[in-house]
Design a protein around this ligand. Structure first.
Ligand code: G4P
Ligand code: NA
Ligand code: NA
Length: 191
C-alpha cells in the first residue's frame, strides 16, 4: 500500500535493526484518514471470505481492526491482557511472549465474544515473530472457530511471523513488508 509505505518513509523512525517506531501515525498518535484507508484495503481483500468477526489484540491493533470491521459490517473483538479477577471457565487464555517488551503476558478472550461458528479475520499493526498471532490462532482453534485470513499493517519480513501464518494455510495481506531496517534505513520487500 503506497500510502502507508510513503508514511513510513516520511514519519517512521528506525530504533534499531529490529524495531520501527510509527508512534506519530499508528501506535500512539493515530491518523484516522490513513487508518480508514487501511481498513478499506483489508475489507476489499477479504470481502468474499465470509468473515463474521474481526479479531485483534489490545491495544495498537484496535484502530485498524475497527476500521476493517466497520467496512465489512461485522463486529470486532480485541483480546485483552489478563488482569486479576478473571473467572477461569469464562475465558480462553494463551501465554504470549512479547518481542519488543521482553515480557510474557496472557491474552484472554471471553467465550461470550468468540463462537464455534465464527469465521475470524485477524488484524494487527505489526507482525514480528508472530507470537501474538500464534496465541490468537490457538485461541480461535480452541474455540472451534476458523481463522480465514490475517491483515497486517506492517510485516517485518526478516522475522518469521508472516511466514508462520502462511505456513498454517492462512491467507495473509500485509500492507507494507519490510525486508530490513539495517543501517537505520527502511528497505521494503519486493512485491
Ligand atoms: P509478534 O507477536 O509478532 O512476535 O510480535 P511481538 O510479540 O514481537 O510484538 C510485541 C509487541 O510489539 C506488539 O505490540 C507488536 O505490535 C509490537 N511490535 C513488534 N515489532 C514492532 C516494531 O518494529 N515496532 C513497533 N512499534 N511495534 C512492534 P503489543 O505488545 O501487543 O502492544 P500494543 O502496542 O499493541 O499495545
Ligand atoms: Na500490536
Ligand atoms: Na504495538
Amino acid at each position: 500500500m503506497e500510502l502507508l509505505k510513503r508514511r513510513i518513509i516520511e514519519d517512521g523512525r528506525v530504533l534499531s535493526d529490529q524495531v520501527l517506531s510509527v508512534n506519530t501515525f499508528l501506535n500512539h498518535g493515530v491518523d484516522p484518514v490513513l487508518i480508514a484507508a487501511m481498513g478499506r484495503e483489508f475489507a476489499e481483500r477479504f470481502r468474499d471470505a465470509g468473515v463474521t468477526r474481526v479479531l485483534t489484540i489490545e491495544s495498537s491493533g484496535i484502530a485498524i481492526a475497527f476500521a476493517t470491521a466497520a467496512e465489512l459490517g461485522v463486529p470486532l473483538v480485541y483480546a485483552r491482557r489478563r488482569k486479576a479477577l478473571m473467572n477461569e471457565g469464562e475465558y480462553y487464555s494463551e501465554r504470549v511472549p512479547s518481542f519488543t517488551k521482553g515480557i510474557v503476558t496472557d491474552i484472554v478472550i471471553s467465550k461470550e465474544v468468540l463462537k464455534a461458528n465464527d469465521r475470524i479475520l485477524f488484524i494487527d499493526d505489526f507482525i514480528a515473530n508472530g507470537d501474538a498471532a500464534r496465541g490468537a490462532l490457538r485461541i480461535v482453534e480452541r474455540s472451534g472457530a476458523t481463522m480465514v485470513g490475517a491483515g497486517i499493517a506492517i510485516e517485518k519480513a526478516f522475522q518469521s511471523g508472516g511466514s508462520f501464518l502462511r505456513e498454517q494455510g492462512i491467507p495473509v495481506l500485509s500492507l507494507a513488508r519490510i525486508a530490513s531496517l539495517e543501517g537505520g534505513q527502511v528497505r521494503f520487500a519486493e512485491e
